[in-house]
Design a protein around this ligand. Structure first.
Ligand code: ZN
Length: 458
């Protein structure tokens, strides 16, 4: 009675009694994760990793299959369920433990406490991405408890420093502990369902992302007194270079992911737009279609590499000729295009003697993951079963996640969750981050069914 009362009192809103034991288990993990501070700069992923490791061991996962990898003081948890006679390389379930900072003053609820309100769970990390971390964890434990026959190992990796910071756990694991995370395929964040005006539209699967690469451009000049202007001037020359880069358009490219994406979006678009989208799929893409989407950043950025000036710094005094003018150019490189090609193009386009171009860091080369039926088929089937009429939409992100590190190591990654969110209300990294209560449990079921479809011997 007392226990029952405690349960009833602990949670308001959606009737707790209706939740299954597994849903309740996942919710408790979710709440515990949310209320552990893993803010990427100040939080503690090591303690959290150790706590999860203890939980897994007490659930009976063998000691030797639960590892906490410490890197730069951060914690990364890796656990494994073994197949007796694996016929495929492992399935890796990946999610990061760290979250971006949240200023409580900006929020209407406490960002470090899980609050249920109006059909949502509110807190930092509810969408990015302690939801998926706890879903994978709950499903992993249940599959272990049920002792299901596996056709491949299932690896769970919950990592640190995805949001930023020098100790990215996913990259560290793939570089230094490849044996722990080597897999045939990975399920990670990056995808999810889209809701438009209250209606479920599409279940997205992120299979590619653009490469982030910045360049510093610099022009130097002897300078002098500004009362005696000379013909060469670092600021004017840099301005000229920036104009040329602005005017340059990188060639249109498509891959299987963007082809499937444009075709899928066309299915739900109105007539003219749909025909323009189909024009992109022609060989070569129709110039009319390319021109039509030139001013639409969300489409244009998926058609080509983009490079844009984001910072400038020039001159040292009001009354002196500039000795130095520099700019930062941020490029998002189409998957599969070598970064060196982009640098070469920038030099040609700038066409300015004395211009220095420096790579800000060495990005990793990564290409799109293939749309293989091994995973795309179960994704389509489970989507149709759980959300009838909803299309499955492969997507290419213009931003970057940890998936890049696995793709660059030749391991295909699928960003998929079955968690539906409102397209017009994206609160990842923002104030009052929240997940629909219904979406949380749908995601739990979707990921569970997908994990089983891919890894359990049926
Ligand atoms: Zn994330």
């Amino acid at each position: 009675m007392r226990v029952l009362l405690a349960l009833v009192l602990c949670c308001t809103g959606t009737a707790l009694a209706e939740r299954t034991e597994h849903e309740q288990f996942a919710f408790e993990l979710f709440k515990a994760l949310i209320e552990s501070d893993t803010t990427h700069a100040t939080g503690d992923t090591l303690t959290v990793s150790n706590t999860i490791a203890d939980r897994l061991r007490s659930a009976g996962v063998p000691d030797s299959d639960v590892v906490v990898v410490e890197y730069g003081g951060k914690g990364n948890l890796v656990a494994r369920l073994r197949a007796d006679k694996p016929s495929e390389k492992p399935l890796l379930l990946l999610a990061h433990l760290d979250v971006v900072a949240a200023n409580p003053l900006d929020w209407s609820v406490d960002p470090k406490k899980l609050t249920e309100k109006d059909g949502y769970y509110y807190a930092r990390g509810t969408l990015d991405v302690k939801n998926e971390a706890s879903m994978h964890l709950a499903n992993f434990v249940r599959i272990h408890r049920q002792q299901l026959p596996l056709k491949r190992d299932i690896i769970l990796a919950l990592t640190a420093d995805e949001e930023s910071g020098p100790h990215n756990g996913a990259l560290h694991l793939i570089r230094e502990h490849r044996d722990l995370v080597d897999a045939g395929l990975v399920i990670n964040e990056g995808g999810g369902g889209l809701i438009k005006d209250g209606k479920y539209i599409a279940n997205t699967v992120q299979t590619a992302e653009k490469t982030y690469q910045s360049y510093r451009l610099e022009i130097t000049n002897p300078g002098g007194h500004s009362s005696l202007p000379r013909k060469d001037n670092a600021i004017y020359e840099l301005a000229e270079v920036l104009r040329r880069i602005e005017a340059h358009e990188f060639p249109v490219r498509l891959n299987d992911t963007t082809r499937a994406y444009f075709a899928g979006v066309a299915e739900t678009a109105e007539e003219q737009r749909a025909s323009m989208l189909r024009g992109l799929l022609e060989e070569p893409p129709s110039p009319e279609s390319v021109a039509y989407f030139r001013n639409e950043p969300a489409i244009n950025a998926r058609l080509r590499t983009t490079c844009v000036a984001t910072q400038v710094l020039a001159g040292h005094a009001e009354n002196a000729l500039p000795q130095r003018a520099s700019a930062m150019i941020n490029c998002r490189v189409f998957p599969g295009v070598p970064v060196a090609d982009i640098e070469k193009t920038l030099r040609e386009v700038a066409d300015m003697p004395g211009l220095e171009i420096t790579r800000k860091w060495d990005s990793l080369f990564s290409d799109a993951s293939p749309l293989q039926e091994e995973i795309m088929k179960p994704i389509r089937e489970i989507t149709e079963d759980m959300f009838p009429g909803v299309i499955v939409l492969p997507t290419m992100s213009t931003g970057a996640t940890d998936s890049t590190f696995f793709r660059s190591a030749g391991i295909p990654v699928y960003g998929v969750s079955g968690v539906f969110t409102d397209m017009d209300d994206n609160r990842r990294h923002g104030r009052d981050e929240r997940i629909r209560v219904q979406s949380f449990y749908e995601g739990l079921e979707f990921l569970d069914r997908l994990t089983r479809a891919v890894a359990v011997d049926q």
